[in-house]
Design a protein around this ligand. Sequence first.
Ligand code: PLP
Length: 226
Amino acid sequence: MEMAETSLAPESPLAQVRARIARACAIARRDPGEVTLVAVSKTQPAAAIGPLLTLGQRHFAENRVQEAQAKWPALRDAHPAVQLHLVGQLQSNKAEEAARLFDWIHSLDRPSLVEALARAFDRTGRKVPCFIQVNVGAEAQKGGCAISDLPALLAAARAAGIPLAGLMCLPPEDVEPAPFFALLDKLARDHGLDGRSMGMSADFETAIMLGASHVRVGTALFGARG
Ligand SMILES: *Cc1c(COP(=O)(O)O)cnc(C)c1O
């Protein structure tokens, strides 16, 4: 346990998550600067986001274009250094809006979206780095490309000039996530990609041990979503 914890005011959830990241990095002998904490602020009102901005948190994620559009322009005016990530499924007809709004996209998962994003980047003059989402658990209901489709999707994205940030996964719920994180790490390595967007509130330390570059944390920062 932390020393002197009883004599101090409780740390903010952000400070606690940062400390947990630092501890996981120390155990894994990784530089904490290699791990980006992305605060997943979906469903959270601006009033809940403000305190994190004040404490210096700069990377945030939303899972819906519409919600991000409503919340973020005003917050960004006040905090121009904010980096906004899209972590939800993206419909092709929202690609242009997404290109204007987000700085990172974690959910590129099919050839039609490669095409739509390439067109959106041309039209907006923005080139947003994308993670390819991989359906590591082969779950029918989940987004992400099948592992067997990954080489072709990567080739299509590269041919279309999409900047590739790395791979992203959302492992099956209620099973040990470590094997899926290890799998994503191996796929990224095999394809020469640096970024690994993996790990959420329940498992980000495990993800860091297995090479995560971006952990996406909601509940541990904001409390349970309503
Ligand atoms: C909501 C969400 C998260 C954050 O989940 P928590 O368990 O609240 O930390 C991370 N990644 C994606 C893709 C999400 O939709």
